[in-house]
Design a binder for this molecule. Structure first.
Ligand SMILES: NC(=O)c1ccc[n+]([C@@H]2O[C@H](COP(=O)([O-])OP(=O)(O)OC[C@H]3O[C@@H](n4cnc5c(N)ncnc54)[C@H](OP(=O)(O)O)[C@@H]3O)[C@@H](O)[C@H]2O)c1
Length: 321
């Protein structure tokens, strides 16, 4: 089979297309002929050696695939590694059928990014009707779904942040009520301005660093910041609990991988997201499709903040044999 692997940690340049033996499914796994593999920010961190380090190298990254099982079902599957390939062994409990009318990129968007958005809003922030939710990096994979889901959950006001006019326009098109520049400098003032001078109830942040720090100061009493990543590369600041007491602030976190390990990916949340997408009630955004061989380019573009929505790597039919 064709696959993308790396044999040393580094930037996108360490990714190489290779021929590898087909994976041999273990008990409880099925072989999927991959049509498209989803790209996630975590893949970049994996290649850099900064995310759940692989046991050995070379390593094939990739956590989600859309493709066909031997019995002809079109499925979406989650795996801890091995997705950037023309064939993948996927645990049955992490596999769901893709409903009619849902494209490969749309389906892939709903797995890691969609489930993250779902759990951020429902399980972590527990957004209530009428609340104000700020979604940072709102044009991104997780962000573009969080904007749409927040609205469906009855958020009263959704404020999007993003770095460019085009990204902010996308967030508004997806249902955000306001969209502001997400840079750390002046973040608090812009968010408060977008909420008529009042503090906000929830901020969802995966940028980290100074943005997370500013977000803590943009909250109403009992406001919640949920941290789930650090895309800026400056880490997550240390927060003095005394600072949280001052304004009755809740600071929480979310990491999807252990939740999926516990319960599997194919539960009700993913099925709900697929139903919503099939019914046109949410619109997963597919920002770009790359051939599998251009995985490094996809990583480069994601790192350069050039992308919106979901990125996928498509497998050419000739590479599936
Ligand atoms: N905790 C979890 O379980 C979990 C699950 C999924 C994803 N995540 C995290 O959530 C974040 C979003 O993931 P995603 O796959 O949906 O990616 P994404 O949001 O599509 O892409 C990352 C976005 O972050 C923003 N950003 C700000 N500073 C950046 C920097 N220095 N370098 C690159 N991007 C920067 C950019 O948006 P602007 O240009 O608009 O600022 C960029 O488009 C990542 O941090 C990822 O690790 C966490």
């Amino acid at each position: 089979m064709r696959a993308i692997e790396f044999d040393e940690f580094g930037g996108p340049e360490v990714l190489a297309e290779v021929e590898r033996p087909d994976p041999a499914p273990e008990d409880g796994e099925v072989l999927v002929e991959v049509e498209a593999a989803g790209v996630n920010f975590a893949d970049i961190l994996t290649v850099a050696g900064q995310y759940a380090p692989p046991e050995s190298l070379p390593h094939v990254p990739g956590m989600e695939v859309v493709g066909r099982t031997g019995d002809g079902r079109r499925v979406l599957g989650y795996l801890t590694a091995g997705g950037y390939a023309s064939k993948a062994a996927v645990p049955v409990r992490d596999l769901v059928e893709v409903p009619e009318g849902v494209g490969a990129g749309e389906a892939a968007a709903l797995l890691v990014q969609g489930l993250t958005a779902w759990h951020l809003l429902r399980s972590a922030a527990r957004v209530g009707a009428g609340e104000t939710v700020v979604v940072n990096a709102a044009a991104g994979g997780v962000g573009s779904l969080a904007v749409q889901l927040a609205k469906r959950l009855g958020a009263g006001r959704v404020i999007a942040t993003a770095s460019t006019e085009d990204k902010r326009a996308l967030a508004l098109e997806l249902g955000a009520d306001a969209a502001v520049d997400g840079a750390a400098d002046g973040y608090r003032e812009r968010v408060l301005d977008a909420n008529e001078g009042r503090g906000v109830d929830v901020v969802l942040d995966a940028i980290g660093g100074a943005v997370l720090d500013q977000a803590l100061d943009a909250l109403a009493s009992f406001g919640r910041v949920i941290t789930y990543g650090a895309s800026a590369g400056t880490g997550v600041p240390t927060v003095d609990p005394g600072r949280l007491t001052m304004h009755s602030t809740l600071l929480g976190g979310l990491w999807l991988a252990p939740l999926l390990k516990e319960s599997g990916a194919a539960g009700e949340p993913l099925r709900e997201l697929l139903r919503l997408a099939a019914a046109g009630q949410i619109r997963p955004q597919v920002g770009a499709e790359y051939p599998l061989s251009a995985a490094a380019q996809a990583h480069t573009d994601l790192l350069a903040r050039r992308t919106t929505g979901k990125l996928i790597l498509t497998v050419e039919p000739r590479d599936r044999d």
